[in-house]
Ligand binder design. Structure first.
Ligand code: ADP
Length: 753
């Protein structure tokens, strides 16, 4: 290896350099360089070190320079940039064994050292830095091409020096920074990698959250679709229409609309589709309307008023008329209506329901009108029918007064007055009964009873009327196996009485009535289904009237016309009772031939074994001389009732109010009075209070004396109040003798045998 230049100039340059470098304290760049050198040597300040080792001689300096681990060179700061000096380390950096090899590689110039691709930038950078640096320092990095061809990275700390003695030079410390750079690059790379990883992580999180959002949007979308699907399930076709472009997007199609879409002209143009649809399906009478409500102008006008509108129309499908509804909904902007959804759905059921409702309403209205007019008719009939017996009463009373001396005539007048009074009473009772039933006050009171007996009793009650018209009444109970039953006897009798009474009323003289009772079915719950028929050979009922025969106030002919007295309430009462007993009633008739009323009832049979048929009338007689306490504040009533009771064979004691009655009972000996007939409304003490007071008497026999209320008030609530006050029965005035006897036989044991 050739030695470094021994040219004394070089030494001079170096010395000059060192002398300049005295100012190292002011030169941070040089200081850094020196520090680098310190690492290689003692670490102390260079100059004292050099001095200490006696190196401040040219050969010492050269030796020192050559021992430096970093490269060092000096070159002219001119165009040529010729190198004046370089140290051993620089040769090593360039992988050169000798100075000659280096000079051959670089042309011994700074220019030749720098990779050609970096040279311009490096020179420019040096120039810039020196011109801006206070200490004429620069730092550059560039590549070099080593002798072995390897490209290395260099760090270059340069110092521009101007001296009059040595001219302009650069002295430069360089080091091979390839590894350092690689390390840096690696670090940078790993930094980038980690930034990448972090970014990737962030990205992944972002993507995941985006995915999650997308999933939930999708779910929401699905849900909305389901909702739309659910809401639109009834729609056979659904179209999305853009009014602006006339474009059509079918969302759902029926067989009806699908066919149209196979037609090329129809598809995707709403106007074409509509006209094809109308032609193909819509009922001729509805075509103009459907065409009108589906024009863009009409749609816009309608949807500017509300979000949706609809039209019901008809289509013809295989000669059958079907009802459809077309509904248009604005799904776009409210100001500029262009996007709409149109749904088509079948509404047959709804229309039918509507029609049915309308019919029902009409019927209800007609019924109401009819009810009103029948009520009017009833009222006028009533006033007429009530006036008739009243006229008779006034008329015959006047006549009686005139003929007081003619007892035969008087007797017949009194009979007529009696009949007229009874008619009036019937009418009042029937009206009351209807109003009880309507107020739902009536309840069934079940007792043990024998069906054959009950029918026979009805027959006996009504027989006089039948005999009057020479009408025969046949009772047939052959079909009964279970005759002993539980039922409300009064109500059941009422059914028969009304039906048989009508049969007599509406049958001409010499006619025939059949009462037939038979069992139809034995139910597992101990009930038997009975069928009762009342047949007559009377005037019959027209088909038209049969339809409303059970309605209140209905009469086929009024009294004036038919001469038959009636109110049109009897059958309404019967039907109400039958229905209360959960039964049915029907009427069948052939005008001029006769009528049949059939009642079907389920009645509870008694546990007794079926009794043999017994059609013999029950003969009862009153045991004589029983004493009755009759309580009433009205003198006339007292007189009439006393006479009546005496007629029946009773001994009668009277009291004018409840207080007197209580006193009389407490003063009586036990058993002295068989029973008490008690009026309700009385001064001093009313009937109920009196009954309560009697029930509180100390004597057990006296306190249990049977008390029968006798009142003008006949509502169920009145009856209940009487029972609650301790009375045994409640009868209405005027006294009905059979009912009184029946009641007495029921509540006063042994009095009638
Ligand atoms: P009323 O007999 O007081 O008029 P109903 O309610 O008992 O009232 O009967 C209503 C109408 O039904 C009678 O007016 C009569 O026209 C008709 N009707 C009832 N029963 C018979 C019958 N057995 N034969 C013919 N018509 C009858």
């Amino acid at each position: 290896m050739s030695k470094y230049p021994t040219d004394p100039n070089v030494i001079e340059y170096l010395l000059a350099l060192l002398s300049i470098s005295d100012k190292v304290d002011e030169n941070p760049h040089f200081l850094t360089t020196i520090k680098n050198l310190q690492t290689a040597h003692t670490g102390e300040s260079l100059l004292p070190v050099l001095d200490e080792h006696n190196l401040l001689t040219p050969s010492g300096i050269i030796k020192f320079m050559n021992q430096m681990p970093g490269g060092f060179f000096i070159y002219h700061a001119d165009e040529e940039e010729q190198i004046i000096y370089l140290n051993q380390a620089l040769l090593r950096i360039f992988h050169c064994e000798t100075l000659e090899e280096f000079q051959e590689l670089t042309g011994n110039s700074f220019k030749g050292m720098v990779h050609p691709d970096d040279l311009n930038a490096v020179e420019e950078s040096i120039k810039q830095q020196i011109s801006h640096s206070k200490y004429d320092l620069d730092y550059v990095e560039y590549r070099i091409i080593r002798k072995d061809g390897e490209i290395r990275w260099i760090e270059d700390y340069g110092h521009f020096v101007h001296s009059d003695e040595i001219g302009d030079i650069f002295y430069v410390f360089i080091s091979d920074a390839t590894e350092k750079r690689q390390r840096l690059l690696m670090e940078q790379h790993s930094l980038i990698q980690s930034v990448h990883a972090e970014n990737e992580m962030k990205m992944r999180t972002l993507i995941e959250s985006y995915d999650e959002e997308r999933r939930s949007i999708y779910q929401e979308h699905l849900r909305r679709l389901e909702v739309i699907e659910g809401l639109s399930v009834n729609y056979e076709s659904i179209l999305y229409v853009n009014l602006e472009t006339d474009e059509l997007l079918p969302y759902r199609m029926s067989s009806r609309t699908e066919i149209l879409f196979q037609n090329a002209t129809s598809s995707h143009k709403f106007s074409h589709f509509t006209s094809d649809y109308i032609k193909a399906w819509v009922h001729p009478k509805d075509r103009t309307l459907v065409a009108k409500v589906t024009t863009p102008e009409y749609i816009r006008a309608k949807l500017s008023e509300s979000k949706t509108y609809y039209l019901n129309y008809r289509v013809i499908n295989n000669d059958e008329i079907q009802y459809l509804q077309l509904r248009v909904v604005n799904v776009g902007n409210t100001r500029n209506i262009s996007q709409v959804v149109i749904g088509y759905r079948r509404v047959d059921d709804e229309i039918q329901y509507e029609m049915k409702q309308q019919k029902m309403l009409e019927e209800a209205l007609n019924q109401a009108k009819l009810a009103n007019s029948t009520k009017d008719t009833f009222l006028s009939n009533m006033s007429h029918d009530m006036r008739t017996p009243l006229n008779a009463i006034f008329g015959y009373t006047a006549l009686s007064k005139k003929h007081l001396d003619n007892s035969a005539l008087l007797d017949s007048y009194l009979d007529k007055i009696n009949i007229a009074g009874r008619q009036l009473l019937d009418m009042i009772e029937q009206i009351l009964e209807i109003s009880w039933m309507e107020s739902k006050e009536t309840q069934l009171t079940e007792t043990e009873c024998n069906l054959s007996d009950l029918i026979q009793e009805v027959k006996m009650t009504i027989l006089p009327q039948a005999e009057y018209k020479n009408i025969s009444i046949q009772v047939d109970t052959e079909g009964l196996i279970h005759r002993d039953i539980h039922c409300d006897q009064v109500k059941l009798s009422q059914i028969f009485l009304n039906l048989v009474n009508n049969a007599i009323k509406y049958t001409e003289n010499d006619g025939k009535i059949d009462i037939i009772a038979a069992e139809k079915e034995k139910l597992p719950n101990g009930y038997i289904v009975y069928q009762f028929m009342v047949k007559d050979t009377g005037i019959g009922i027209s088909k038209e009237f049969l339809k409303r025969i059970f309605e209140p106030f209905q009469r086929e002919r009024n009294t004036t016309f038919s001469g038959v007295y009636g109110t049109g309430l009897g059958l309404t009462i019967v039907k109400n009772i039958v229905e209360m007993m959960n039964g049915t009633i029907t009427a069948d008739s052939t005008p001029g031939r006769g009528s049949t009323f059939t009642v079907t009832l389920s009645l509870r049979a008694q546990n007794n074994p079926p009794a043999a048929a017994d059609n013999t009338d029950v003969v009862r007689s009153l045991s004589k001389n029983h004493k009755v306490l009759l309580v009433d504040d009205n003198e006339i009533n007292l007189e009439i009732e006393t006479e009546l009771l005496k007629e029946l064979g009773f001994l009668v004691e009277t009291a004018n109010d409840g207080n007197i009655a209580v006193e009389k009972v407490s003063a009586s000996s036990p058993g002295e009075y068989s029973f008490i007939l008690m009026d309700i409304q009385m001064p001093v003490m009313d009937g109920r209070k009196a009954a309560e007071a009697i029930r509180r008497l100390n004597d057990p026999v006296l306190s249990c004396i049977p008390i029968i209320a006798l009142s003008a008030n006949a509502f169920e609530s009145d009856k209940r109040l009487s029972t609650e006050s301790g009375m045994n029965a409640h009868l209405t005035k005027p006294i009905d003798v059979p009912v009184l006897l029946e009641t007495i036989s029921r509540i006063v044991p042994g009095i009638i045998s």
